[in-house]
Design a protein around this ligand. Structure first.
Ligand code: KIV
Length: 269
């Protein structure tokens, strides 16, 4: 079974690990077969399962329901669950909502933001709840960013991202997710912190890689983001199966074959 200690060992030994989003029991079982090390019950379920155009409508009850469905079916992976939009803006609500997700089966709670989360991270850590902090393009802040745009470009933005990462780790964050940031910035963050860093659109140098399951099965609605690869139709998926796609993702990440240069972002727009 994958635990936070396993991921720390992976980081130390330079062993790359895989993470996929998952929202139900059938896919969670297939991910166990494929040896996906980390499963994220992402609030992306608001878009890929519920059909909304952002993650904002997702509730704690939605997250708890999907977390329980996944946790029941996969006892091998480390399970991360997102605290949804505005469910952690107030400390005592954040604590109660984290308890709901942990009791539904999560091992780690994921929150989006930076240094402003330090008090929450430290409170949860002292209460036995590890956190994963999502930095860079944080989809819950789409209205602040004015769209889904690459973050951390330019010296000031890169320095802020690095400082935020160091601050939340200092406060007790157990993991980081970096989304849509230049690969050089992701590399610097990964080197600067002792905790595992998972990237999506963040280049090849993070400790782990995550993709939204529907995207990596070629089921993207609208424009396919640059960092996505379709593992279902990849010729190396000789079984042409969903389970084969999950296994191929795991082995390509482990071997350092995914992501490639064409999946990364540079410092220029
Ligand atoms: O909700 C989600 O699926 C995520 C990933 C994109 C990292 O946060």
């Amino acid at each position: 079974m994958t635990t936070l200690s396993t991921l720390l060992q992976f980081k130390k030994s330079g062993t790359k690990f895989s993470c996929l989003t998952c929202y139900d029991a059938m896919f969670a079982r297939m991910m166990a077969q494929a040896k996906i090390e980390v499963i994220l019950i992402g609030d992306s379920l608001g878009m890929v399962v519920q059909g909304h155009n952002s993650t904002l409508p997702v509730t704690v009850a939605d997250m708890a329901y999907h977390t329980a469905n996944v946790a029941r079916a996969n006892s091998e992976a480390l399970i991360l669950a997102d605290l949804p939009f505005m469910s952690y803006a107030v400390l005592n609500e954040a604590i109660a909502n984290s308890r709901t997700l942990m009791q539904a089966g999560a091992h780690v709670i994921k929150v989006e933001g930076g240094f402003e989360l330090c008090e929450l991270i430290s409170t949860l850590a002292h209460a036995g709840t590890p956190t994963c902090v999502h930095l860079g393009l944080t989809p819950q802040s789409v209205n602040v960013f004015g769209g889904y745009k690459v973050q951390g470009r330019g010296t000031d933005a890169a320095a802020k991202l690095l400082n935020d990462a160091k601050a939340v780790v200092e406060a007790g964050a157990a993991m980081l997710v970096l989304e849509c940031v230049p690969s050089e910035v992701a590399k610097a963050v990964t080197k600067a912190v002792h905790v595992p860093v998972i990237g999506i659109g963040a280049g090849a140098d993070t400790d782990g890689q995550v993709l939204v399951m529907h995207d990596m099965l070629g089921m993207t609605h609208g424009r396919t983001p640059r960092f996505v690869h379709d593992f279902l139709t990849d010729p190396k998926n000789e079984a042409h199966s969903i389970e084969g796609a999950f296994a191929l993702f795991q082995s390509e990440v482990r071997a350092g074959n995914f992501p490639k240069a064409q999946h990364q972002f540079g410092n220029e727009a």
